[in-house]
Design a protein around this ligand. Structure first.
Ligand code: SF4
Length: 302
């Protein structure tokens, strides 16, 4: 059944001249059906550069929307209509406008986990891979960082000579990791390295051996000599980690590290997306042009 579904997806993909992009947090079957698997940063680059006419984005809404902003002439499909990101919903364009009015000299750095309207109100976007470089690239002494308070605090601890004004947003998945869980797993695997995503809470991050974006965690886990590695980000990354490092043991830092929205997409949804050309993403053109500037400014930073 799985095989025939995969074959049918391949056939439709050819017929539609489509590319399937999947985030590292997707379920294994969806990752295996994708042409490219990556984090927000690498997927937004691929979305901007692909020649395919159709982009099937297996992830959450803001990711597919970013692909549409960067590739307006392409058809961008989100297989599950209500796969959203609660963090992205924690900031609105009107809320951001009010904050900008209170800090008129500040530049706005917007984590890609945000709506097109919010990006349109921002100076530049960032991902967790490039957030530090993005903030450092700005001449402004004051920077409003939205919407993730934890990533913003982490960047504020690294950057010199800037005031980072934080928004009160957070990732409901990474926020679940507790200090006690880290202490407990450290006792269970004293020889293991703990790798964490900066969306975790600051007191939890203090206990990490390495802090990085999803792709940085995957790269680092492959490079270090340790055989036992504890992963402090969404459990979907374990699929690629185990595939690439069959000689290593990976443990999930917390059972809470499962994003319900990222797990909504099934192989059947990918098939239906290609079959019925659903669910198409649309972005208002005036909003898109402004949001594209913020995304393109980010992509220019090497
Ligand atoms: S893992 Fe967190 S930031 Fe990513 S989609 Fe899920 S809720 Fe949003």
């Amino acid at each position: 059944m799985l095989n025939s579904l995969s074959e049918e997806i391949l056939r439709l993909k050819k017929e539609r001249n489509a590319i399937i992009l999947a985030h590292n947090y997707q379920i294994p079957e969806v990752q295996d059906a994708a042409d490219i698997v990556g984090d927000s940063y690498s997927l937004s680059r691929h979305a901007a550069e692909t020649d395919s006419e159709v982009i099937v984005f297996c992830g959450v809404h803001f990711m597919a929307e970013s692909a549409k902003i960067l590739s307006p002439d392409k058809t961008v499909l989100l297989p599950v209509r209500d796969a959203g990101c609660p963090m992205a919903d924690m900031v609105t364009a009107s809320g951001l406008r009010k904050m900008k009015a209170r800090h008129p000299d500040a530049a706005v750095v917007c984590y890609v986990n945000s709506s097109a309207e919010v990006k349109a109100e921002s100076d530049i976007c960032c991902t967790s891979s490039n957030a530090l470089k993005v903030v450092e690239s700005l001449e402004n002494k004051q920077v409003i960082f939205i919407p993730d308070k934890n990533l913003g605090s982490y960047i504020a601890s690294k950057v010199r000579g800037k005031e980072i004004i934080l928004w009160e947003g957070f990732c409901i998945t990474h926020k679940r990791v507790k200090v006690e869980e880290v202490q407990k797993i450290r006792q269970l695997h004293p020889d293991a390295k703990i790798l964490m995503h900066p969306e975790c809470e600051p007191e939890v991050l203090k206990l990490a051996d390495f802090i990085g974006s999803t792709s940085e965690i995957i790269r680092y886990a492959g490079e270090i000599p340790e055989k036992n590695i504890i992963i402090g980000t969404e459990e979907g990354v374990l699929h690629l980690l185990k595939k690439r490092n069959p000689d290593k043991n990976f443990y999930l830092l917390s059972t809470g590290l499962i994003c319900a929205n990222m797990k909504k997409t099934r192989l059947e949804d990918v098939h239906n997306a290609l079959l019925h050309m659903q669910h198409q993403i649309h972005v208002d053109e005036a909003v898109r042009i402004k949001a594209m500037k913020a995304l393109e400014r980010m992509l220019e930073i090497k």
